[in-house]
Design a protein around this ligand. Structure first.
Ligand SMILES: Cc1cc2nc3c(=O)[nH]c(=O)nc-3n(C[C@H](O)[C@H](O)[C@H](O)COP(=O)(O)O)c2cc1C
Length: 378
């Protein structure tokens, strides 16, 4: 049931597959004889310097996959100097996450069915010291996820016969929940009359509320779940600090284009300098390179983070991040580059099929076209 909650998507899950398949179809162009001995993955995004160009995407109820998942993400984000975006629907309250992660924590805000709860989350995030708020806008209504419906997955759990059999067949998971308690969405604790309801409508979010949020939130404001170029343009005009291109990992609409196909189009629309984050379909270091080459300034990992922790707790997550970092570094070497800032659309093969834009603000000279032209053979 928990595996299906993580892995599942909207409808027939074609969008989940499409996100990854399109990454597989995109190819990189290796280069040779460039001195790549001074490679670094350090990346500046908004006002912060991170050691790698990726972070942890917001995901609800992470302690379902490992009893200590939230704590592990806080610790690993801090020690590896990468951002951890904690969800409104997290299984640990936002104050504890801020405390355990420090400045590397971002807070993801959902507009739930209660405006009062939404306002209160903003105030709590401010008070707790978050500098970066990520407003998720692509869940006006949680989609029908067939696996969850079939499994009777609910938060908090409802235990019927089917769930009982499932738990009995996964004893180590069940024992861990008995020992450590069943996770619950802690950011909803302590509100009279406000209960977490995963399927409650979040349809009330609108442009007016975005405008109000921009007026009141003085820190970084990022809007997550943008797939339309015209929405992107309008959101930028509201004075946000970055847009987050994502189709929610194919969890919301089955017929949505692959997120990576939308990225270069949105980059073209908002211009070279506007900060863009990307997720949906990233499964390794080469995918990170592809997203950066197609217009992202920063990339977030979702499902792989949960799989890594469910397989190996802290060791699993550390290994995942080490492997992704190593792949990015080796990939940079293959591309003939030393820094993340040098990545641009010339890294994509074939060169002509993508616009000449780079998502990086530190534009390096176009090293590819500056090479001497090959002499025609007689
Ligand atoms: C189990 C799970 C829970 C999620 N919960 C949230 C959430 O609470 N808020 C949010 O903005 N996105 C949420 N997402 C979406 C992720 O932030 C991200 O957009 C998505 O996982 C990217 O797709 P990928 O994991 O296939 O790369 C969730 C994703 C998963 C897998």
């Amino acid at each position: 049931m928990v595996f299906d909650f993580v892995e599942g998507g909207a409808g027939r899950e074609l969008a989940v597959a499409r996100n990854q398949n399109r990454f597989d179809e995109i190819l990189l162009q290796p280069r040779v004889l460039e001195d790549v001995s001074a490679r670094s993955l350090s990346t500046r995004f908004l006002n912060d310097n991170f050691d790698v160009p990726f972070g942890i995407a917001p995901m609800g109820m992470c302690n379902l996959v490992h009893h200590n998942a939230d704590k592990i993400m806080c610790e690993v984000a801090r020690t590896k100097n990468l951002p951890f975006c904690v969800s409104s629907a997290s299984s640990t309250n936002l104050e504890t996450v801020r405390n355990d992660t420090g400045v590397n924590s971002w807070f993801q805000l959902y507009m739930g069915n209660s405006l009062e709860h939404y306002m209160s989350l903003i105030n709590r995030a401010k008070k707790a010291g978050y500098q970066t708020l990520v407003l998720t806008v692509d869940v006006p209504q949680v989609s029908r996820r067939t696996r969850d419906l079939r499994n009777g997955f609910k938060v908090p759990f409802k235990i019927g016969l089917r769930q009982f059999i499932d738990f009995a067949m996964h004893p180590s998971w069940s024992v861990s929940k008995i020992l450590h308690g069943t996770p619950r969405p802690e950011n909803y604790d302590g509100y009279e009359g406000v209960k977490f309801d995963r399927y409650a409508s979040r349809a009330g979010l609108n442009w007016e509320l975005l405008s109000q949020l921009r007026d009141t939130w003085k820190g970084n404001l990022i809007v997550k779940g943008v797939t339309s170029p015209s929405d992107a343009q309008k959101i930028v005009s509201y004075g946000v600090d970055a847009i987050y291109v994502s189709n929610h990992g194919g969890r919301q609409l089955d017929s949505v284009p692959a997120a990576i196909d939308l990225l270069p189009i949105i980059r073209d629309t908002v211009g070279l300098e506007f900060p863009i984050i990307f997720d949906s379909g990233i499964r390794g270091g080469e995918d990170v390179l592809k997203a950066l080459a197609l217009g992202a300034n920063f990339v977030m990992l979702g499902r792989p983070v949960l799989h890594a922790m469910s397989a190996g707790g802290k060791k699993g997550l550390t290994s995942l991040f080490d492997a992704v970092s190593e792949d990015i570094s080796v990939g940079l070497a293959q591309l003939g580059l030393n820094t993340i800032q040098q990545i641009n659309s010339n890294c994509i093969w074939p060169l002509s099929s993508h616009s000449g834009n780079s998502g990086q603000s530190d534009k390096t000279e176009n090293w590819l076209i500056s090479l001497p032209k090959k002499k025609e053979k007689a």
